[in-house]
Every structure is written in structure tokens, then in C-alpha cells.
Design a protein around this ligand. Structure first.
Ligand code: HEC
Ligand code: HEC
Length: 378
């Protein structure tokens, strides 16, 4: 800034600054400020995954990064993780349902901030990032890979085999097919854990709010502030989307259709629990590297209940502006569409099977705009 601009700014501060300051601090009550603070600090501490012996190992991370875009991990050598989880699209594919190999029935989620997740996939069919990373390799709709093909890859790629043998202190030829898939899954997971989003506009505002830094507070859009007030107030969004990742990490039923096509139903968490419990790769099995055993506890407590029918993972809302389309089936194209959906919820239909905390919000056009403006800053 030149000196004139500086002087004008100083005058502006004296004349309007104090007005701005009093407005900013009065806009949120103390109770609201406490809730807002619980969305930070960002990022939370990063603790190594005890179930994965190569979590946070730098060589495993760089090997996992290579494997993430390795098409030789698919039957036709034509599909890599990065083809659906594109790094330049926040690890999504930007489409409602991917049709790379047959038509997927679920939307491709982004892969940021997953170290803080306990369940993976829209139905929570996996309880670790490494187990979830094995799923697409074996899926008939996705990479269709086989143990035989994985062995072929190891025998043709000597450099890969050597690195793997050093890292895991094993000999590749002695391993079962299952154990080899676990190795690939753990390398991929080591990389995926490093995908963490940077500070958002909201985080900067939150830091400023905690520090009573009024200039920082004022630089956050007024419309986003009003949207935040709705999010934690009459919208009650934070009952499910809370904490630094904006999700409680569990599952909910908000009434998005379960129909895939006429007569075909996605049972969500219900089929997720079944798949989890029958998987050889779950944390109760032999591939969990956790010596203490604490990582098993959550999975031990899972029981199949009727209400799990139609529940889906409560997604994080960080970077939501970049990860359209939305919902487990990609059925809503924009954030404005999501807000419209919550505003018009059909309570009667929902409460037969869904969440009791949700209610029709009937937001005004301005309130809808404000809520969208807030979501865009996450
Ligand atoms: C054909 C597209 C496609 C490919 C290829 C693919 N994914 Fe996915 N990914 C998906 C879809 C769809 C889901 C949601 C699956 C579900 O809910 O069951 C998903 C879910 C995930 C999740 C769970 C995210 C969360 O928020 O719970 C992780 C982690 C993941 N994929 C990692 C990978 C890795 C690693 C690879 C490569 C080995 C890979 N994906 C290959 C489409 C794909
Ligand atoms: C009862 C728990 C619950 C409440 C309350 C709730 N949500 Fe959700 N939210 C979910 C679930 C579950 C999904 C995924 C549903 C699906 O895919 O079928 C979701 C999905 C979303 C998505 C899509 C994210 C994506 O990546 O696909 C957005 C955005 C969102 N919610 C915002 C909000 C807002 C704004 C509010 C408040 C008006 C709110 N939510 C209230 C549980 C909740």
C-alpha cells in the first residue's frame, strides 16, 4: 500500500473499524463461539495408524504414491486409482456415477483427510484405510485384479519387489495372495494418509475469532457468517457434521433414495456391516499390525440392526465446493441443490425410517444463499 492508501485505511479504521468490531463480536453469542471453536484447530494431530506397520514411513509413502497411479494393478492394465480419484479434482472424478468399467452404483468420494475416519466407503464396509484400498483392486466392477496377476507384477518389477521385501521384512514368493494384497493396500494407505487439506477460509476466520483479531474476523464474508449461524442454529447441521472434519464419522439416513434402478436397492450401512464382518481384511483378522489391540475395539462393537438399512456415511464437508456432485449416488449436482434438499425435507416420509433430528427447514431464499456461501468456505 502507498502512504495515501495507508492513511485512508487508518481513517477508515478509526471511523468504521470500531463499528465493525462491535458488530463482529456481538454477531455470535458465547455459546455459538464455543461450537465454532470445536470445528478447529485444523489439522488435528496426525497419529500413525497402529494397524498399518508402514504408516508414516516415508519410503512406503512414495511407493504408495506410485502405486496409486499404477495401471498395471488392474486386469486390463488400463485403470488406476487415480483414474477415478483424480488428484487435480480433489481425488474425485467429477461425475455422479463412474462408468470406467461397468456402471458404478455409488459416487466416487474424495480422499482427503481420511486418517481421521474410522469407517470407509459409503456403507462403511471397511474399518481401515488399507482394507478399503484393497476393495477396488478385487472389485469386479473396478480393477478386477487377481492374486495371479499381482504375482506376475511382482516377478516382472524387480525394483518394486526388492523395496517391498525390505520394508515389510518378508520374501514375496512366500506370501499368500491375500497377504500380498494387504501389502499393496498398506502402501496405498500410507500415501493416502498424507492427503490433507490446507487451511480454508473458514479456518482462518475461526483462528481470528479465537484470537479476537477483528480484521481477520471482518475479512470473512458477512453472508458466510450468517450461513454459519444457520448451520449451527436452526439448521442443526452440526449435530451430524461436527468437529474439525465436519462429520461425526458415523452413519445417517437423510432420505436420499436407496433405489439404484427399479427394484435394485442400495442397503447402505446394512450391507456395509455384513461385508465388514465377513471380510478377511477387517481389524479383527490376522493382518492388523496393532500389538496393543485397541484398534479392534470399534469393530468388535458393531452389530447389525434394522435401522442400518438405508444409512450412509456422513461425509466430511471440507472442500465440498470442489467435490460435486453430492450424496452416495451423486444425485445432487450443486451445493445449492443440497441446501434446497434439506430445506424441503419431507418429514413424514423421512421419519418412518430416517433420523429424528432432521426437520423441514423452509429456509428463505436469502438464508439458502447464506448457507451455501458458508459451505463454500470450508
Ligand atoms: C472405477 C472407479 C474407482 C477406482 C478405479 C477406485 N475407486 Fe476408490 N472409490 C470409488 C467409489 C465408487 C467409492 C465408494 C465405494 C463405496 O461406497 O462402496 C470409492 C471409495 C474409496 C475410498 C473410501 C473413501 C471414504 O470416504 O470412505 C477409498 C479410501 C478409496 N476409494 C481408495 C481407492 C484406491 C486406493 C484405489 C486404487 C487401488 C481406488 N480407490 C480405485 C471409485 C473408484
Ligand atoms: C442426521 C444427520 C445429518 C444432519 C443433521 C445433516 N446431515 Fe448432511 N449429510 C448426512 C448424511 C448421512 C449425508 C450423506 C447421505 C447420502 O449420501 O445418502 C449427508 C450429506 C451432506 C452433503 C453432501 C456431501 C457430499 O460430499 O456428498 C452436504 C453438503 C451436507 N450433508 C450438508 C448438510 C447441511 C448444510 C446440513 C444442515 C442443513 C446437514 N448436512 C445436516 C447427515 C446429516
Amino acid at each position: 500500500m502507498n502512504t495515501l492508501a495507508l492513511r485512508l485505511f487508518a481513517i477508515w479504521l478509526v471511523v468504521f473499524g470500531s463499528v465493525g468490531i462491535s458488530l463482529a463480536s456481538e454477531f455470535f453469542s458465547e455459546a455459538e463461539k464455543t461450537i465454532i471453536q470445536s470445528f478447529g484447530p485444523w489439522p488435528p494431530p496426525l497419529i500413525a495408524d497402529p494397524s498399518n506397520s508402514v504408516s508414516q514411513n516415508s519410503e512406503a509413502i512414495s511407493l504408495g504414491k506410485k502405486l496409486f497411479s499404477e495401471r498395471r494393478l488392474s486386469l486390463g492394465r488400463d485403470l488406476a486409482c487415480s483414474d477415478c480419484h483424480a488428484p487435480d479434482q480433489f481425488f474425485t472424478d467429477g461425475t455422479a456415477l463412474n462408468s470406467a468399467h461397468g456402471r458404478a452404483t455409488r459416487n466416487t468420494p474424495g480422499l482427503l483427510n481420511l486418517r481421521w475416519s474410522s469407517w470407509f466407503g459409503w456403507g462403511g464396509a471397511a474399518d481401515s484405510l488399507w482394507a478399503q484400498s484393497i476393495r477396488p483392486l478385487l472389485s469386479k466392477e473396478e480393477m478386477k485384479f487377481t492374486g495371479k496377476k499381482l504375482r506376475e507384477l511382482f516377478s516382472e518389477d524387480i525394483a518394486l519387489t526388492q523395496k517391498v521385501q525390505e520394508l515389510f521384512e518378508i520374501s514375496v514368493v512366500d506370501q499368500s495372495d491375500e497377504a500380498l494384497f494387504v501389502i499393496v493396500g498398506k502402501l496405498l494407505a500410507a500415501y493416502e494418509e498424507t492427503l490433507i487439506s490446507g487451511l480454508s477460509e473458514f479456518d482462518r476466520f475461526n483462528v481470528a475469532l479465537s484470537a479476537s483479531d477483528n480484521i481477520g474476523i471482518e475479512s470473512y464474508l458477512a453472508t458466510a457468517k450468517r450461513g454459519l449461524k444457520i448451520f449451527i442454529g436452526k439448521g442443526r447441521c452440526n449435530l451430524c457434521h461436527f468437529g474439525p472434519t465436519f462429520t461425526n464419522g458415523e452413519f445417517g439416513d437423510i432420505g436420499v433414495t436407496q433405489f439404484i434402478t427399479k427394484g435394485r436397492i442400495d442397503k447402505g450401512r446394512y450391507q456395509g456391516i455384513k461385508a465388514l464382518q465377513s471380510s478377511p481384511f477387517n481389524l479383527l483378522g490376522e493382518y492388523n499390525d496393532d500389538q496393543q489391540g485397541t484398534s479392534r475395539v470399534r469393530t468388535e462393537h458393531v452389530t447389525l440392526q434394522h435401522r442400518n438399512w438405508g444409512e450412509f456415511k456422513i461425509p466430511s464437508l471440507r472442500n465440498a465446493v470442489k467435490t460435486a456432485p453430492y450424496m452416495h449416488n451423486g444425485s445432487i449436482e450443486t451445493l445449492a441443490g443440497v441446501v434446497e434438499f434439506y430445506s424441503n425435507l419431507d418429514e413424514e416420509r423421512l421419519h418412518i425410517r430416517g433420523e429424528k433430528i432432521l426437520r423441514t427447514l423452509n429456509l428463505t431464499p436469502q438464508e439458502k444463499k447464506d448457507l451455501v456461501a458458508f459451505l463454500r468456505t470450508l
